[in-house]
Design a protein around this ligand. Sequence first.
Ligand code: ADP
Ligand code: G6P
Length: 483
Amino acid sequence: MNKTIIVSNRLPVDLKFDDEKLVVKSSTGGLATGMKSVHSEGNGIWIGWSGLAQEEVSEELQVEVDEALAKEKCIQVPLTNADIDNYYHGFSNSALWPLFHYFQAYTEFEWNHWKSYVEVNEKFAKVILEHVNDGDTVWVHDYQLLLVPELLRKSNPNITIGFFLHIPYPSYELFITCPWRNELLQGMLGADLIGFHTYDYVRHFLSSVSRIKDVEISFNEISYGNRIIKVDSFPMGIDYNRYHDAALEHDKYLEDSKSDFMKSLDFHNKSNEESKLILSIDRMDYTKGIPNRIKSFEYFLNKYPEYKEKVRLVMLAVPSRENVPQYQKLKRETDELVGRINGQLSTISWTPVWYFYRSLPFHDLIDLYVSSDVAMVTPVRDGMNLVAKEYIATRTKENGVLILSEMAGAAKEMHEALIVNPNNFEQTADAIKTALEMPQEEQKERLAALQKRISRYDVERWAGEFLKALEVAKNTEPIQVAK
Ligand code: ADP
Ligand code: G6P
């Protein structure tokens, strides 16, 4: 029987050694959380990096690592410390990530990083080829592995290759600044189907291909040599039922108790009964607009002082890519901003911003989603943003308002949210007020429309549609042009 192999840099589990003891954690990030449910229900394997450096894993420990990964139907591509520095922190996260998110000033093109990127993509292709058989499907994910589709095709043309990009695809003007733009496109064009979250990203990609490569493009089909490559948009969904059911369970549980996390926030105590909670959850990443969000909240409190002592912003940021200098800078900036606003505005009984720099277990995340009145998802650039969808899925009591940035791919499908430009503090501050004052009936109507759409187009359907389109793409014969 043919199988589907998922390939991404990050596996759904992240391994660490703590005093020689192996600790297995769920990975954060939309790719891992989204694909996890697709993977657990399928019969295929997932190939990727375990989070460990090869140097950390002795022969004895390797057995333990392999066992932990086998339990999750995962196979690792071993990376060395040098690979992690140059391919992961380097080319992937100091060149491609900022470039594709329009942070050109953060983009560093270094020859050594590029060399390592090529080598690690080859390592991935080698491991995949050891596990793939003719007729199998390989689904490659994201910007860390742009060269893999072509490497696979060169070695085995009898497999079906899909590629999905989880981040934005930038405009041609930006993409051409990359010294290795040709090689990157060539790599992606090894796939039979190339998917993006939105139609805008498809357009930008086709524009780059048409200007850089000598190809024919008609609608969303690229004629390349003797092949047809399809390109389309597939807005990624979430495992809606997982979040919705967890929220329903949480409601039952809360009848007689409250979770440790909310207890620690001490939010439900008498003096805070009137108080409202605004939630913000992201990886600590400069694309997420964290400083802008804090400044907009500060602007809101200054413009509408009657809300002082009545509203809190609970901001959860999970540590991410901490070896990259721009992420360290963002962490410092966030610490300072939170310190400043809390220092200036706090009273004895009220702290405006509650800031947590850590990852949280699933039930605590649900606890926060369920307990908040408003969610602020205001990235300055984001491929999709699954947090926005998770928040909507956990609203079980017909209330809750989402403030969503127009720069997130999710805004293309979530029109009933309050859509803002995250660089416009006044507009965002006004949206906070609108959200807090929105009549219950309007909240209910907006939520119903959002929930209907997100529950229908969930991650299972998203993966199903991509794989169906991939099969069609593989079987599409090139059109013979009459001479
Ligand atoms: P990205 O993929 O850029 O990180 P997304 O919003 O698409 O952004 O996905 C983030 C995922 O990580 C979501 O599934 C969210 O629930 C999860 N997540 C974010 N912050 C935390 C946290 N502090 N603890 C646990 N999970 C988190
Ligand atoms: C985004 C990227 C993913 C990545 C995730 C977490 O969602 O699209 O490819 O896995 O962020 O980042 P990390 O660098 O920790 O894998």
